[in-house]
Design a protein around this ligand. Structure first.
Ligand code: SF4
Length: 255
């Protein structure tokens, strides 16, 4: 059996692809800096840089590979790792730093309609992308904020559907990508995410994944893996969580 670039994460019982930590920096929040899971792993187990080297290697592979390469790698996995046909992006690091990364994720999902993909990301936030998101929300909800962001839209037209195609491409694409049946984009949020931002993401039809305050569970789906430890439910057999085909707001309990 040829070795696959994908890692089988025993914890979630799914094949996954890790990315280098540096790709998170542009989106990192204060909460990320304080409780970064990857930082903890690296400081505990990565004394010889084997883990971080693999993350860098996998990132380079993703950047160079085609959707067909992805399919081939997936097929290399032993059957017990892929029988559920579920795959998780970014157990470490960040998948999307540029629009072309998202393009590739979309192409991979389209070429592998029999595989369900889960993609947690913070690419919705920070800088221009965040402003584009606000602009997108404005166009979809038709609010007065449209005027504030008109310069990003490049158009005087205020018709929501027309504006939708004329603004920030990454923001629009995240929303569009989330409509693919086999690609679940989960916008990572935490205690530093404002209610307004959560509201914006929700109105755009995007799903979220919250990690932070364990008491803030209202309206969120309690991740069985982290909330009901010992019940043998994890990402491979979870029902109604990140792989569900409806908008979902997942709450992860702190480990
Ligand atoms: S909600 Fe389900 S799929 Fe999502 S992280 Fe938890 S166990 Fe995995």
């Amino acid at each position: 059996m040829e070795h696959s670039v994908f890692k089988f994460s025993k914890d979630i019982a799914l094949p996954s692809l890790c990315f280098s930590k540096e790709r998170c920096y542009k989106y990192a929040t204060v909460a990320c800096m304080k409780g970064c899971y990857t930082n903890k792993l690296y400081s505990a187990f990565d004394t010889k840089h084997a883990m971080s080297d693999i993350d860098v290697r996998n990132t380079q592979w993703f950047l160079k590979s085609s959707p067909i390469d992805f399919r081939k790698e997936f097929q290399k996995l032993p059957l017990f790792m892929r029988f559920q046909k579920r795959f998780r992006y970014a157990t470490r690091g960040e998948t999307i730093t540029k629009e072309k990364d998202l393009n590739k994720v979309i192409e991979i999902a389209k070429l592998n309609p029999d595989v369900q993909f889960m993609l947690p990301t913070r690419a919705w936030r920070k800088g221009r992308t965040k402003r584009q998101f606000d602009a997108l929300l404005a166009t979809l909800t038709g609010k007065a904020v449209i005027n504030k962001y008109r310069h990003y839209m490049g158009s005087k037209n205020t018709d929501p559907m027309k504006e939708h195609s004329g603004i920030g491409r990454l923001a629009s694409k995240l929303v569009e990508a989330s409509k693919l049946k086999n690609l679940k984009i989960l916008c990572s949020i935490d205690e530093s995410t404002s209610e307004k931002e959560v509201d914006s993401l929700t109105k755009l039809g995007l799903s979220t994944m919250y990690f932070g305050d364990d008491s803030k569970t209202e309206g969120r789906f309690l991740c069985p893996k982290t909330h009901n430890k010992g019940e043998d439910i994890t990402c491979v057999n979870c029902v109604g969580g990140c792989f569900s085909d409806v908008q979902i707001h997942v709450h992860l309990k702190k480990h």
